[in-house]
Design a protein around this ligand. Structure first.
Ligand code: BG6
Length: 499
């Protein structure tokens, strides 16, 4: 989280393992370039792409420019801006499995520091497949440079483990090589402006907090819906599924922002302590309860705009009898004084009708109703809807008297829209997160205990699902998932909300 004083990072060298990969092309370099255009990068900044592919500095820069032009929020900066940014980028061909080549990294740092005449912060970003992380981290950990915890950081992408045990093992391995304050576990949802704003909404206002509890809130829903299917990521997704891919990390982190107690400061550990408290308070699901509180789905074949679209099992890299879920919905409870017995419904899925991430805080009905019943046909309880993306807005629904001589009460909305309130584009999540790594602010990153606490929440569901073969496919692309997902909320007397 960028402090109000907009601190610029000190001299920094950023090494990206997986330099020629998709994440760098689509997200990291566009983010760095935008930081550069917004003057957030140090003048002494170098980014080094690492990989096995054969690039020269020049051809690597050309490839990255293509990425910027296709994926950046600003396709082009001012004339010549890329030309002045490009020299900061270089490429080092290396096989991450080759221990001997790691000294090239220390040599690069030493050369740059000599040229700059200052010591630099060094960031190692592991934008690689999860199975490569332990090996790379182990090799890095042996570099004397990495012992300097004040200036060397390592960034690890999700997925962080594939269950509690593997996450614990990875934490133990990384913890043996680096100090916790050097390890930045990324959850890109935390870098989204609208997610960060949840804390501002709650704790920079006195209006919401008094009613933000079990006395007034009926239920909370968090939906992260995607229209896309696999997008060629079959190899990764087959071993993951919606629960691991989205709920264990992104949606539980959003839940934490909604449910957390007020931090006493924005110190990274204070904010994270409060979030871990929420995760630890989530009621543990017993194996026999899983069928009542968790629903999984997988899309079958269907059609869109008159054209056939393949089912998940027909996608590249997917087994023809795959049991991987592309949809998951869960009902959770946070056992504490604030939230006891308030259901939190979370759902996510691929090939759904809309791309939208939305939080709904549904308030309880007014306790007593003096209006004549004929005046209140369309009456609805108060609701606060927080649009995370793509609609970035906050909507408060309340009742108003319809103008006229007859007494009629209707629901109306008060809307705060980011686009209307603020000119200019908001930064992308990766811009915020990369800047935070460079300035050494871990508030928006996952601490070891936070990741493990999140795995503890979903592990009983994963275990139960693994022990039974699901009846897949069970939803058509473009629908809102399996019928059972509707029943999950309807049996409690509610509906899924998007607006
Ligand atoms: C990633 C998941 O973490 O988040 C993807 O691996 C998913 O499967 C993506 O599509 C969604 O991110 P966003 O920012 O588009 O909501």
């Amino acid at each position: 989280m960028i402090p109000a004083t907009n601190q610029r990072p000190a001299a920094t060298i950023l090494f990206i393992f997986g330099g020629s990969g998709d994440l760098n092309l689509r997200k990291l370099t566009p983010a760095l370039y935008n930081l550069y255009l917004d003057k957030y990068l140090s003048d002494r900044f170098a980014v080094v792409g690492l990989g096995r592919s054969n690039y020269t500095d020049e051809s690597f820069r050309e490839r990255l420019l293509e990425g910027v032009q296709s994926f950046s929020r600003r396709k082009n900066g001012p004339d010549d801006a890329w030309k002045s940014f490009a020299p900061m980028v270089s490429y080092l061909q290396m096989d991450a499995g080759d221990k001997a080549s790691y000294t090239k990294l220390s040599d690069f740092v030493a050369d740059r520091e000599k040229e700059w005449g200052v010591q630099a912060n060094v960031v190692f970003y592991l934008a690689v497949a999860p199975q490569l992380v332990p090996g790379i981290a182990t090799n890095l950990g042996k570099l004397p440079l990495c012992g300097d915890k004040s200036r060397v950081r390592i960034v690890v992408e999700k997925p962080f483990g594939r269950d509690l045990k593997t996450a614990q093992e990875l934490n133990a391995l990384l913890g043996g090589l680096f100090a916790e304050e050097q390890i930045y576990r990324i959850d890109h949802y935390l870098g989204k402006e609208t997610v960060q704003n949840i804390l501002a909404l709650r704790f920079a206002n006195s209006l919401f907090e008094p009613i933000w509890n079990r006395r007034y809130v009926d239920y909370v829903q968090i939906t992260a819906a995607e229209t896309v299917g696999l997008e060629g990521r079959g190899g990764y997704y087959e071993g993951s599924g919606a629960l691991r891919d989205m709920i264990q990390n992104h949606l539980l982190q959003v839940l934490c922002m909604v449910a957390t107690e007020a931090p006493i400061s924005f110190d990274a550990n204070e904010v994270r302590n409060k979030k871990v408290d929420v995760l630890n308070a989530i009621r543990r699901i017993k194996p026999e309860e899983v069928k009542d509180v968790a629903v999984r789905g997988q899309y079958g074949p269907g059609e869109k705009d008159g054209k056939p679209i393949p089912g998940y099992r027909e996608e590249e890299g997917v087994k023809p009898d795959s049991t991987t879920e592309t949809f998951a919905a869960v009902k959770l409870f946070v056992d504490n004084w604030r939230w006891e017995d308030v259901p939190f419904y979370l759902r996510t899925g691929k090939s759904l009708p809309e791309k939208a991430t939305v939080i709904t805080i549904q308030f309880k009905p007014a306790p007593y109703y003096a209006f004549p019943s004929e005046a209140t046909h369309s009456w609805q309880s108060n609701r606060l809807t927080i649009g995370i993306q793509p609609g970035m807005d906050i909507r408060l629904r309340f009742q108003a008297k319809r103008p006229g001589q007859t007494l009629a009460i209707d629901p109306v909305e008060m809307v705060f829209s980011y686009k209307d309130a603020y000119a200019g584009q908001e930064p992308e999540a990766y811009e915020t997160l990369l800047l935070d790594v460079m300035t050494g602010d871990a508030t928006l990153f996952m601490r070891a205990d936070q990741v493990e606490a999140a795995w503890k929440v979903v592990t009983p569901i994963l275990d139960a699902w693994e022990s039974e073969t699901p009846d897949f496919p069970n939803y058509t692309p473009g629908s809102w998932g399996p019928e059972a997902a509707m029943q999950l909320v309807e049996k409690d007397g509610f509906h899924w909300m998007m607006k």
